[in-house]
Design a protein around this ligand. Structure first.
Ligand code: ACO
Length: 345
């Protein structure tokens, strides 16, 4: 199929059983650091309140990594749990993709550092940057490698230490984010359940809504960039909110259309966990029932690329997902970027 051809599936399984190959999710896992920062803790740090944070976002607490705990550590721990669930060893992994906006360092990739920690020496490794949409972007990339017969087993990780780029003096942003990681093992398993479709999108014209200006080639680190607090993320909250609702609705609708699946057939919608009001607005626009929405942001805040991966792992472990259930993952992030995926579990 040419890349411009729009796929059309009478049978939603048509794509993932393409030529006898299936991109199935063999195991998921997640990890969050031990330290918890509550809204009450934040009240002592900036001019905010538990009441404001809870009513505007739904967030009650978030996990914060230790000084000597990095994105690759969180990612490797989540990966080990996913490998355990999938029942595979490190030497079976062909490729590692780490979705992150908080790599351990600009290079080498965090994926290479995870590869070393896991001892997955056969695996190719690279990072993927699509902000909060990174996990779904990475699922789609992994699926392409599997369906094209390049690789059989891909480890996809969403991992973030956002506490390292949050400005703890900026109440507009510091209450929103947390650290953590989630992972999935994707494998070719003929005629199994799996990833039906993944949709990705971006609009660089809105890059100014959410960004970190310092540390790249445009503004390398300097005494001035540090003084100007350019190594922290900045966000236009209201505009980001509006774009998030619109983009998530568009992505989810397109993913469902491609699979010819009605929203009523989706057992669980696992959305990016940024703001409860965003999740509820998207659910309403999609015509979903409240019980179809998976929410865990009250415990973790927004963990960017890790968010939907942690949520998926929790949904599975808590028994909300059974074999054969249809899931809709939907995300939104800086870039702007967005994405959605439909999975038959
Ligand atoms: N505590 C108390 N007051 C606050 C706080 C705080 N933590 N933060 C902001 N305020 C104040 C502001 O100063 C402002 O006051 P003013 O009106 O006197 O100027 C007021 O609250 C802002 O109110 P609103 O703009 O109406 O707040 P809103 O309802 O839009 O909520 C929020 C703000 C939570 C940031 C919301 O806009 C939002 O969630 N936006 C989307 C964020 C998001 O999803 N980001 C992630 C993208 S994914 C990625 O790639 C990382």
């Amino acid at each position: 199929m040419s890349p411009t051809t729009k796929p059309k599936f009478k049978n939603p399984r048509a794509k993932y059983n393409f030529q006898g190959r299936t991109c199935s999710i063999a195991g998921v896992g997640s990890y969050v650091p031990h330290k918890i920062l509550t809204n009450a803790d934040l009240e002592k740090m900036v001019n905010t309140s538990d009441e404001w944070i809870t009513t505007r976002t739904g967030i009650k607490e978030r996990h914060i990594a230790a000084k000597d705990e990095f994105t690759s550590d969180l990612g490797a721990k989540a990966a080990l749990r996913a490998m355990q669930t999938a029942g595979i060893t490190a030497d079976e992994i062909d490729l590692i993709i780490v979705a992150t906006i908080t790599p351990d360092m600009p290079f080498p990739s965090t994926a290479a550092l995870v590869q070393r920690k896991l001892g997955a020496h056969r695996a190719a490794a690279f990072d993927l940057e699509a902000a909060c949409s990174g996990f779904i972007y990475a699922l789609e990339v992994a699926q392409q490698f599997i369906m094209s017969r390049t690789y059989d087993t891909v480890l996809v990780i969403g991992a973030e230490k956002l506490s390292s780029i949050v400005d703890w003096q900026d109440r507009n942003t510091c209450v929103l984010f947390g650290d953590g990681a989630g992972a999935a093992i994707l494998r070719n398993r003929p005629n199994a359940h799996g990833l039906l479709t993944a949709v990705m999108g971006a609009d660089g014209r809105k890059a100014n809504l959410l960004f970190m200006a310092g540390g790249g080639s445009r503004c390398p680190a300097s005494a001035q960039s540090v003084d100007a607090r350019m190594h922290y993320l900045r966000m236009e909250g209201k505009e980001t909110f509006k774009s998030a609702v619109q983009a998530m609705q568009t992505a989810a609708t397109e993913a469902l259309r491609r699979c010819e699946i009605d929203i009523s057939r989706i057992k669980l919608i696992v959305p990016h966990q940024a703001n409860l009001r965003i999740i509820e607005a998207v659910g309403k626009r999609l015509g979903a029932q409240p019980e179809q929405l998976f929410v865990n942001l009250h415990k973790y805040g927004n963990t960017s690329a890790a968010s939907v991966a942690i949520a998926l792992d929790e949904a599975v472990r808590s028994g909300r997902v059974q074999s054969g259930d249809l899931l809709l993952l939907v995300v939104f992030g800086a870039g702007l970027t967005w994405g959605a995926a439909v999975i038959e579990w």
